[in-house]
Ligand binder design. Sequence first.
Ligand code: DON
Length: 584
Amino acid sequence: MRSLATRSLAVAVVLLACVAHAARPYRGGAVATAYPQASAAALEMLEKGGNATDAAVAAAFVAAVVGPYHSGIGGGGFALVHDGKTGETKVLDFREVAPKAASRDMYVKDGKVVPGLSTDGPLAVAVPGAVAGYLQLLKEHGKLPPSVVLAPAIAAAKKGIWVTPRYLTMGQGRLECLRKDPEASRVFLVKNAQGEYEMPPLGHVIKMPDLARTLGGIAKGGAKAFYSGPVAKAIADTVQTGGGVLTVDDLAAYKTRPRQPLEGSYRGHRILTMPPPSAGGVAVIQVLGALEKLRPQGMAFRDPEALHLYVEAVRRAYVDRAKYLGDPDFSDVPTARLVSPGHIADLAGSIDAKKATASASLLPPVPGAQGSTLTDKPAVLTPEPERKNTTHISVIDKDGNAVAMTTTVNYGFGSCVVAKGTGVLLNDEMDDFAAQPGVPNAYGLVTGEPNAIQPGKVPQSSMSPTLVFSKEDPKKVMLAVGSPGGSTIPTTVIQVISNVVDSGMDVARAVNEGRVHHQYLPDELWVDKWGLEPATLSVLEAKGHKVRRVDQWGDAEAVFSDPKTGLRYSASDPRNEGVALGQD
Ligand code: DON
């Protein structure tokens, strides 16, 4: 058998040739991830007789190695897993939680949020959930043993990863943060002639023997090799030495949370997505539901009138998010009401088809709220390409099992803290809480009381792994989709779904198309560089939208199963370095 590396290369070459074209058909399973190595590992699992879960988990562990700036075993995420045989869909929330010693005002001094504290360094670290999550998914839904599923990740860490353009831009964006942590500097940077740490050059190979050892321990010993013993001790010691609050008890107490999928529908297609503590799934259901009411005949692609309705629906969904969403185990989150037909009808009914509604008239911003949790940049960072992080994995196997998994360390390179001697890069997911209700976080998002910091609580998330089912058979997955992009995640998912359902686009085109985003605050309409033609923008501006051109955002990874032919197609966003693969 060819080595994984040779195979990844061959696959990458073939796929690069395919990226610009319509997705190609596969008779077997199909996968889409943001990295050639992760897609190759997923395919390898399918070819070894594994199912969609084996493939997704193998890809997630490889992603932890090859894309440390996006996700990793020091992070957490959400997954939807559909069983093709029983027609059932399960949801696992393995997102990080606030440590026991976390407190509501831990990032506030003299009444103001201290910039950087919730994004950079040890105090930003929440209790990681990825290892518990990946292994639980494998145990409950997979067919292959952890030793097989983790093997590609261990091999990748030993062999080393090369510094890609993405690595470079992500690292440049976080260079100062990485330099503050000696272990992160040692792992991710190189010393120059003056002995200072700087970004390694393009093509430079970074070996990760510590991470390989940690992954090897997990493959043999299971989650306890991470949540107790030397790895847990190293994580807690590193964090505490740097002034953070995470303890070995926090790690030992970590538990994943099974949840009920959030259900909605769009033009006859059943949709299952992530419930709270994700705010993304609620927005996906609300916006699609509102669009169906506002445009029962369907949406013409890029029709300015339809776009206006979309933007106004999104604006209102993000107002609900700011008002109501948080961890449902800690406050009364009215999820059922928010996605109910009555509420969606009210939301749609409040839209003025002629002109933009001022965001402040829907929910006035908190008076005096200013600044952001970040040190070095203005509040809204998501649109900056070098700041993109988080990753999504979509798989549908030959038996119709499907996984949509979004996983993250939050900001680029997480907190920039690596637990000494383990290779584990720790998240900065604490920033997804409201450091002070009303103050925007790193994504410019404003959240409220339900998202205030409490020990053991899950921070509100935008991550929206989503499954869209066939009209003909509401138990058969037609589309698995998700994306990174912080606050822009739900709108990326919504637009891919609309491109497929409304415009009948093949999945590659649906993923490639330009994007449009609003998030209530700031009161701006973001349009990416391929988003809209000037004539369309003029119509929107005439309606009162303040348009902001943004280079690009998101990284949609999607797999489509054609309900008519049973053939599968996969698409990896050309905005990033991933590839989509499948089995002939
Ligand atoms: O859970 C969330 O919403 C964020 N931690 C996701 C971060 C993200 O997607 C960043 N990408 N640009």
